[in-house]
Design a protein around this ligand. Structure first.
Ligand SMILES: CC(C)(COP(=O)(O)OP(=O)(O)OC[C@H]1O[C@@H](n2cnc3c(N)ncnc32)[C@H](O)[C@@H]1OP(=O)(O)O)[C@@H](O)C(=O)NCCC(=O)NCCS
Length: 200
């Protein structure tokens, strides 16, 4: 009985602290986030590549600890409403990354829209610049833990990506894709119909 009560108090306290953290970023919106919606929970303080860049967060999003967000001077990270991002996710946008409403990003996921250029073997890779393309993750997408999503990938609404997959090619809506490189193994419905994700 006492443990149940203490667990309830702890959970409420944790939730309140996470909302206060999000409020801190809302008050100083413009510095780290260009926009933050209401009712977000931050379970830790995110780490940022730069300040005063274009990172937009929708309403009621939940961000885990150890999250890293990096944006280039002319790129945007746009996260929709009710998105959950688990601990130690890494999101780096030089060209632009979008995550749709209700999507779930597992722990240790890495989403990077850019690669080092390595075409010249006589110059150190780190001095050859970057190449890439924007990434678009649809609504109600579930990305398992440890997944890597690379440049130019589009993941359709309602898709599921299995744990530890390496996604280098686009994945159609409502597909379940697994492995390295990620391949579609089935669809969540027998004949996938083009449909919008229903808002709850
Ligand atoms: C993909 C997943 C959702 C399972 O979906 P499912 O419909 O139940 O699929 P099954 O378990 O029936 O697996 C189907 C096949 O894919 C394989 N498979 C499943 N997950 C896989 C993965 N992550 N990587 C490689 N292969 C995988 C299975 O071994 C099976 O192969 P087989 O047909 O040769 O036996 C689950 O395996 C997964 O990766 N979950 C993510 C969990 C997670 O990361 N949670 C934390 C983040 S919120």
């Amino acid at each position: 009985m006492t443990y149940k009560l203490l667990a309830k108090i702890y959970s409420r306290l944790r939730q309140t602290i996470s909302k206060i953290r999000a409020l801190f970023y809302r008050i100083f919106s413009g510095i780290w986030f260009r926009k933050i919606g209401n009712n977000c929970c931050f379970y830790g303080f995110p780490r940022f590549g730069y300040a005063f860049r274009d990172i937009q967060l929708g309403e009621a999003c939940s961000l885990g600890v150890g999250l890293f967000l990096n944006t280039g001077e002319n790129s945007t990270i746009k996260i929709g409403n009710n998105v959950g991002i688990n601990d130690y996710a890494y999101i780096s946008a030089v060209y632009g990354i979008e995550i749709g409403d209700y999507s779930r990003i597992g722990e240790f996921v890495s989403i990077r829209d850019n690669d080092h250029v390595f075409s010249d073997p006589n110059i150190p890779i780190c001095k050859q610049g970057f190449t890439g393309k924007p990434i678009k993750i649809g609504s109600d997408v579930w990305i398992g833990r440890g997944v890597f999503i690379g440049k130019g990938v589009e993941i359709g609404n309602g898709a599921v990506i299995g744990a530890n997959s390496v996604v280098t090619k686009s994945i159609p809506p409502f597909a379940v894709a697994v492995g390295s490189p990620a391949k579609v193994i089935k669809y969540r419905q027998e004949k996938p119909q083009p449909r919008e994700v229903i808002s709850i």
